[in-house]
Design a binder for this molecule. Structure first.
Ligand SMILES: *[C@@H]1O[C@H](CO)[C@@H](O)[C@H](O)[C@H]1NC(C)=O
Ligand SMILES: *[C@@H]1O[C@H](CO)[C@@H](O)[C@H](O)[C@H]1NC(C)=O
Ligand SMILES: *[C@@H]1O[C@H](CO)[C@@H](O)[C@H](O)[C@H]1NC(C)=O
Ligand SMILES: *[C@@H]1O[C@H](CO)[C@@H](O)[C@H](O)[C@H]1NC(C)=O
Length: 414
């Protein structure tokens, strides 16, 4: 009896020290782009052109949500208006419960909550370690207006999306395990998450969940006490090994740095001093959100218009707008792209990010049409820096020093 308890205690100690170790020493994850053939969302029937249009459409719709979220008054529920999840870009494998169930979750620097969908993706009845949080628990308060419970009982919520569809669920707690690039498992212990089992929209999207990474109470990083993380996204999307993300002490947070605005719901909002095309500067001085969940950077029309006007005079054989999204396209070769002057983003605090040519113009298909990968923001005075332009940079988020950093790298090497 005594020895059983001893063994159980030792076992418990081992498990808990492994998990503590992985979190404190940092851990790595592989990110899979949704359009990679290795992604559960890959659609064989889509052409490159279809994917380009879909990515542009997702970007525009996401900017609206992000802008709404960023302009919510202080103290408003951090969860409303929630973002529509199937617009996200990078997926990770997450295992939840005892025994573990594997789900796919999108990573999202624009949302707070960690949540997973119910059956058939995750069935709490099949996990011994699953519990729900009571309505009077502190984290339940953080749900603000989205909370639907009163008094005793479980912490239930209803999130209303911008298209008025809703998702209901229960704030829950269970063991989370991630998969390291060497396939070993990273046991991070218990994580609080929304278990969403009712939706007014069909559970059509194949996404199983979402991992919120804002600097706010219920996000994954805050729950794990992680103060920094970084990612390096490869070109092209379909790298077999995927892109890399580091959490904790392994995070790459050096290079050019720009301060994060405070009190903006934990979003990674910084200042865009301006951009330059070669030696020509186009000033801005407005807000730009750094968001890995948006694919295309979208620029305040105040900088976008002069940029397109100047660039149009430099490209060979400019074409009319392609499909309403891409405002500057031309027929040519990558050599023509390479000859154009570089575009540099000047962020607050003297951070400079010089875009590489592979992420400045995108090839639209097989007919040698190239389009500027930067889009016009539909909101005056507001820009988003998206993941296409983050490729081949370590983008670091340091929540202690309150900076976002950029360091050029060849991400496929890692
Ligand atoms: C995710 O899980 C799938 C299925 O088990 C596996 O094939 C894939 O390699 C995993 N991906 C990552 C990035 O760990
Ligand atoms: C896959 O792409 C094709 C072509 O765009 C589209 O018609 C089809 O609905 C897509 N399938 C799914 C499951 O999204
Ligand atoms: C959703 O989960 C809650 C809590 O487990 C439960 O009370 C409710 O009946 C579930 N709803 C559905 C439709 O499964
Ligand atoms: C443009 O950027 C590339 C790196 O992508 C760099 O090698 C090149 O020197 C830059 N050109 C100028 C004129 O700064």
């Amino acid at each position: 009896m005594a020895s059983t308890i001893l063994i159980a205690a030792m076992f418990f100690h081992l498990c808990s020290s492994t998990s503590a170790l992985s979190v404190n020493d940092g851990f790595a994850l592989r990110l899979i782009h949704r359009d990679s053939p290795h992604s559960p969302f890959y659609n064989h029937s889509m052409t490159t052109y279809d994917r380009r249009l879909a990515a542009a459409r997702r970007s525009l719709s996401r900017l609206n949500h992000l802008h709404l979220r960023a302009t919510l008054p202080q103290g408003a529920s951090e969860f409303a208006p929630a973002l529509i999840p199937d617009e996200l870009e990078y997926v990770i494998n997450v295992s939840i419960g005892t025994p573990p169930t594997k789900v796919y979750a999108f990573i999202d620097t624009g949302s707070d909550l960690v949540w997973v969908k119910g059956i058939p993706f995750f069935d709490p009845d099949k996990s011994f370690s699953y519990t729900t949080l009571p309505c009077n628990a502190e984290p339940c308060n953080d749900l603000g207006n989205d909370r639907t419970c009163k008094g005793q009982g479980s912490c239930t919520y209803r999130i209303t999306y911008e298209d008025r569809s809703t998702t209901s669920g229960v704030l829950s707690k269970d063991k989370f395990t991630f998969e390291a690039p060497d396939k070993s498992s990273v046991d991070v212990g218990f994580v609080q998450f929304g278990y969403s089992n009712v939706s007014s929209r069909e559970f059509t999207g194949k996404e199983n969940g979402c991992v919120g990474l804002t600097d706010s109470s219920l996000s994954l990083i805050n729950q794990l006490g992680i103060k920094k993380f970084s990612h390096c996204m490869t070109i092209p999307d379909d790298q077999v090994r995927g892109s890399l993300m580091y959490f904790g002490s392994r995070a790459v947070v050096y290079g050019s740095q720009t301060p994060i605005f405070q009190n903006l719901h934990g979003l990674y909002m910084v200042k865009l001093d301006g951009i330059s095309l070669g030696d020509e500067e186009i000033p801005n001085g407005k807000a730009i959100m750094i968001d890995c969940g948006t694919s295309h950077t979208q620029l305040d029309p105040m900088v976008f218009q002069p940029l397109v006007d100047k660039m149009r005079q430099l490209v060979p054989k400019p074409m009319p707008i392609v499909s309403g999204f891409f405002e500057l396209c031309f027929r040519g070769t990558f050599d023509d792209v390479r000859k154009l002057p570089n575009i540099t983003f000047h962020f607050g605090g003297d951070a400079k990010v010089e875009l590489i040519k592979e992420t400045t113009f995108l090839k639209m298909g097989n007919d040698n049409v190239w389009c500027l990968a930067l889009l016009r923001s539909k909101v005056w005075g507001f820009s988003v820096f998206g993941n296409i332009q983050m490729r081949n940079f370590w983008v670091g988020y340091d929540l202690e020093r309150k900076v976002v950093s950029f360091q050029a790298a060849i991400c496929a090497q890692f």
